[in-house]
Design a protein around this ligand. Structure first.
Ligand SMILES: Nc1ncnc2c1ncn2[C@@H]1O[C@H](COP(=O)(O)OP(=O)(O)OP(=O)(O)O)[C@@H](O)[C@H]1O
Length: 292
């Protein structure tokens, strides 16, 4: 590559998010994502991954701080501009969010609804060109032969691939994936992550994906941003990063035995009790490269 560095496609600065007076979901979060990067948000349940993702398409707004996506100041956007931004940012979810009684093809077509005026009922209410595009995306995710089956007849992994095809109908520039494999078996998880990775590479798509398994994060992310209790504890490229390094960082910032156990089971799929030691307070963890 030559020339000046591209400007970030996502820039989150000093974001704090409170829900009511008792829950601080995010605390002073900074996140910069370059075009084409695949960034994994890693963390235990409740660490703020979904909340951070939802700030990136204006499903949540910060209590403090700034969120810029595709050059837009997201919290400042009015309804129409926000809708336009969401059209450029696709999203997939842990529970797929398909309409179970509709065919796979109709589900994919709903991804184009934001570009169409008026309601659409049934396959034939969509323009032929969109039906062809939807079939192309289904082919891409390996499910062309399932186009006319009901969505609820598919396995979880297949349903997530349909959800990816639906997101592709938007021709998104960014894909947000909120725990996309949390409901899937290991084989389907690998398949879905591989697909996301391939699409990102082929289309130059920027991906921000929340996961709680370190192995998957290392295998499929260019970069890991580790969250803990709403704060960033790790932000580094996966090049040369090992699972034990990630676990060591999380172990170092943990403040209780219960948290150490959760780290071992949730992040690493280890079912044995972790060694109990006096974990240091967060404030005493020295700053290192890539460790916030
Ligand atoms: N709409 C909401 N109202 C109140 N509290 C919320 C809301 N959304 C999230 N929270 C709280 O914010 C914190 C972060 O939640 P979030 O869902 O972002 O975490 P997460 O890392 O995505 O967890 P999981 O992996 O379980 O989805 C949690 O304490 C959660 O209960």
């Amino acid at each position: 590559m030559s020339g000046a560095a591209a400007s970030p496609i996502i820039s989150v600065s000093g974001v704090t998010k409170d829900f009511g007076s008792s829950t601080r979901a995010l605390h002073d979060v900074d996140l910069t994502v370059e075009p084409g990067e695949v960034v994994v948000l890693l963390g235990l349940s409740g660490s703020g991954k979904s909340t951070l993702l939802r700030h990136l398409n204006g499903l949540e707004f910060p209590t403090r701080g700034t969120v810029e996506v595709l050059g837009q100041n997201v919290p400042k956007l009015r309804t129409k501009a926000l809708r336009a931004l969401r059209g450029r940012v696709g999203m997939i979810f842990q529970q797929f969010e398909l309409v179970p009684s509709l065919t796979v093809l109709e589900n994919v077509l709903t991804g184009a609804l934001s570009r169409l005026s008026g309601p659409r009922i049934g396959l034939w209410s969509y323009p032929k060109s969109l039906r062809l595009t939807a079939l192309t995306h289904l082919d891409r995710v390996g499910l062309l032969e399932k186009a006319y089956q009901r969505a609820d007849q598919l396995s979880g992994g297949q349903q997530q691939r349909v959800a990816i095809a639906r997101a592709l109908m938007q021709s998104p520039e960014i894909l947000l994936a909120d725990e996309p494999v949390a409901s899937l078996d290991p084989e389907s998880s690998e398949q879905v992550m591989r697909l996301i990775r391939e699409i990102a590479a082929d289309d130059g798509l920027t991906v921000v994906c929340s996961l709680h398994q370190v192995d998957l994060a290392l295998d499929w992310g260019d970069r890991i941003v580790g969250l803990r209790q709403g704060g960033v504890v790790l932000d580094t490229t996966t090049d040369g990063l090992s699972k034990s390094q990630v676990m060591e960082i999380y172990g170092r910032v943990a403040t209780s035995t219960a948290e150490l156990k959760a780290i071992a089971t949730e992040l690493s799929d280890v079912t044995v009790d972790p060694p109990v030691h006096d974990a240091p307070a967060i404030s005493s963890v020295p700053a290192q490269d890539g460790i916030a």
